[in-house]
Design a protein. Structure first.
Length: 224
């Protein structure tokens, strides 16, 4: 998979893309992630990418010219699989594990990171999908792009050391949360690992885990 990210702040991506799972995936050439500075596509002598909104109002909007130029340049190359241009936006479709799996099947994704008060409405003409990571406002679309990228990379075959990890994590089976887990020591500061977990009875363990996962999911739903 190839991921392109259009942003005014490319330096923000240095940490998330140079550590842990994503770093290893890049090194193994399982994913290619390209960060594009939107200012490089501006025709303004000061590399300006924003302007005041017509009709007045607070803040600044991202201009359409550099975004169109960047997307057209990136998508000029033909690919074998499916490509999707995604705008990270609070008005978009809620990001979920189901959508994550859908996106992980694509060959190429282009993320447009919004900023300031938003973007020129005409940019949506070249967007295939808008995605939101929650009902709240952030300073820009960079953090949502990082979150979605992290979730996507985990689903690429060969990225995680254990193939079963993706199958057993929260939301891997519909809306079901993951079951509680423990590791050694069996007793820590008076707190004990449940007897069934260390019993060695795998059938009983699986039954217990299913029950606890359902309980945790129901408790979470009640809180929300």
């Amino acid at each position: 998979m190839t991921i392109h990210i259009l942003t005014l702040f490319p330096e923000m991506f240095k940490g998330p893309l140079t550590e842990s799972i994503i770093k290893r995936a890049i090194e193994k050439k399982l994913v290619e992630i390209n960060i594009h500075n939107l200012r490089d596509y501006s025709t303004d002598k000061h590399k300006k990418c924003d302007d005041r909104p017509y009709g007045g109002g607070p803040g600044m909007l991202l201009k359409p010219e550099p975004i169109f130029a960047a997307v057209e340049e990136i998508t000029r190359k033909k690919i074998k699989g499916e490509r999707r241009v995604i705008l990270t936006s609070p008005e978009g479709k809620p990001f979920s594990q189901k959508l994550d799996r859908e996106l992980s099947q694509l060959e190429e994704i282009v993320f447009i990171c919004g900023h300031y008060e938003g973007i020129d409405e005409r940019v949506k003409k070249i967007v295939d999908e808008q995605i939101s990571i929650g009902k709240y406002i952030l300073s820009g679309g960079e953090l949502p792009a990082m979150v979605i990228t992290d979730a996507l990379v985990r689903l690429i075959p060969g990225v995680l050391g254990c193939v079963e990890s993706n199958l057993q994590e929260s939301f891997a089976k519909g809306d079901l949360l993951d079951y509680p887990q423990w590791t050694r020591p069996a007793v820590f500061r008076g707190m004990k690992v449940p007897r069934v977990i260390i019993s060695g009875d795998h059938q009983a363990i699986e039954k217990w885990r299913q029950q606890k996962a359902e309980e945790k999911t129901n408790q979470c739903k009640m809180k929300n």
